[in-house]
Structure formats: C-alpha cells, structure tokens
Design a protein around this ligand. Structure first.
Ligand SMILES: O=C(O)[C@H](O)[C@@H](O)[C@H](O)[C@H](O)COP(=O)(O)O
Length: 256
C-alpha cells in the first residue's frame, strides 16, 4: 500500500482530540478553497471516536459541510444497526443548529428492500453534488473516514469478495455481507482512492495484529491494503494499544 502516515495517541481521548484538530484543519482548508467540505463517514466505533471532541469544536463552520456515508446497512434510519443513526446520536444532534439538513445524505429509506436500487439512488445523490458536469469520472471527497474490521475489511468491502474488483460503479450493493446485516451499500475503491484525504481510525489492543498485518505485511490483498489514494494523502489515527505490534512503520505524534 502507498506510504501512510500513522499518528498514535496514548489514549482514545487524545486520539479524538487529535482527530478533531485534523478534521478542523482539512475543513477550513477546503472551505477556503472551494467554499464547502465534503466528507464520508463509516460506522463501527468511528462516529464515537470522531465526535467526542469534534461536536464541541466551535472553530468549525459545519454549515459548509456535506456529509455522506462510506457504507450503510439497508435498515431503517432509526434502526440500531444504521450508521446514520449512530452518527446522528454522536454528532449530528449536537450540531443541529449549524448543519444544513439538506447537506446530510443518508440512504433513501424507501429503498432498503432493494439494495441495488438503494445503491443507484445513492450514486445519484453523489452525482447531484459532485457531477454537475457529466465529465466527472469519480467524486473527489475532501475527506473519507474509514474503520478497520477485525478481518481487514473497510466500508462493506470484505476480504475475497468480488466487490474488491468493482471499478465502474461509485456505489455498490452487497447482499451477502459476511458480517450481518447482509444487505448493505458501499462506496467502491474507485471513489475511496480518488479522495483528497483518507483517514483510518482504529483503537484498542484487539486491533494490534491486523494493524501490523495491514501496514507491514506483504503479499496479501486485504481490503484496507487496497486503499491507495491516486493523488491524495493516507493517514491512520490509532491509539498506542493498536500500534503496539508495529515494528517497521514508525508512528508519529500528531502536530498541526
Ligand atoms: O458492519 C460493519 O461492517 C462495521 O460497521 C464495520 O465496517 C466497522 O466499521 C469495522 O468493523 C470497524 O469497527 P470498529 O471500529 O467498531 O472496530
């Protein structure tokens, strides 16, 4: 995989605070350049780690944010499995007065029984924002925030799954996710790898071995290893526990 910068923090509190500074920096940079900040967010522990400090960060102009989901389970938006529901609880409800509701893009709840249609509809939502001109080949997010599954999956892109080779679609459906629920939609590697910035966020001792395998292992094609930005930057935000088995890659302290 392309050289990634690994930022390690002694605690998850420190990680959340560093991540908030990082997101603030990218957001203000993007708003200066093109008057908006486009971000895609994953599920799992990410919304909590992301939001602990971010939701109190008054230096961020959330009114310019456009929020998408890197992957989503095909469940109602108030279901405990919904990534949207988790982000709402952790972040959106806390910045409700600043964020514009039309700038938040959950999946279309009316289509959850048909993942293929839900994926097509989500691609249309992306097109509305990114592809005013038909010539846009892929959306270029300012930031995509990813988690790392225990098997090395990211988004709903699982080891050995045919979706790892999907190069045309922006958003794909999956109906046989090895992790329940089986029906989901996910951004594809084409979209991930065109982002300006990609940040993996993962914490805890239980992640040590997989973090080491992904960042230092060779000869595998784990989904997290297929995240290789074409022009953008790749960073990992981890705690010292998750970084505990790294031997070759040197984690650094985060500084703006
Ligand atoms: O259903 C899923 O596939 C999960 O939401 C998944 O994509 C998650 O992001 C990773 O498994 C990391 O999860 P943790 O950050 O909780 O370890």
């Amino acid at each position: 995989m392309s050289a990634a910068t690994v930022y390690s923090f002694p605690t998850t509190h420190a990680l959340s605070s560093g991540l908030s500074d990082f997101v603030e920096h990218l957001s203000s940079d993007a708003i200066k350049k093109h008057d908006r900040f486009t971000v895609a967010v994953s599920g799992g522990s990410l919304p909590k780690l992301l939001s602990a400090d971010l939701r109190h960060n008054s230096r961020i102009d959330f009114s310019k944010w456009h929020i998408f989901f890197a992957d989503e389970r095909c469940v109602p938006l108030d279901h405990p499995d919904s990534n949207y529901a988790e982000l709402k609880t952790q972040l959106l409800d806390h910045i409700a007065e600043q964020i514009q509701p039309s700038h938040v893009h959950p999946i279309n709840q009316a289509l959850i029984e048909d993942p293929e249609e839900a994926a097509e509809d989500y691609m249309d939502q992306l097109k509305d924002l990114f592809a005013a001109k038909d010539s846009v080949k892929f959306p270029v997010f300012d930031l995509i925030l990813l988690g790392m599954g225990p098997d090395g999956h990211t988004c709903s892109l699982f080891p050995g799954h045919p979706l790892l080779h999907e190069h045309l679609k922006w958003v794909a459906e999956i109906t046989d996710s090895p992790k329940p629920p089986p029906n989901r939609i996910t951004l594809t590697f084409s979209v991930l790898n065109h982002a300006h910035n990609i940040a993996f966020v993962t914490a805890g001792e239980g992640k040590q071995e997989m973090v080491q395998r992904i960042l230092e292992g060779q000869g595998e094609e784990l989904p997290c290893q297929l995240v290789n930005p074409v022009h953008g930057k790749l960073v990992w935000f981890v705690d010292d526990a998750a970084a505990g088995k790294l031997r070759v890659v040197r984690p650094v302290a985060y500084k703006l």
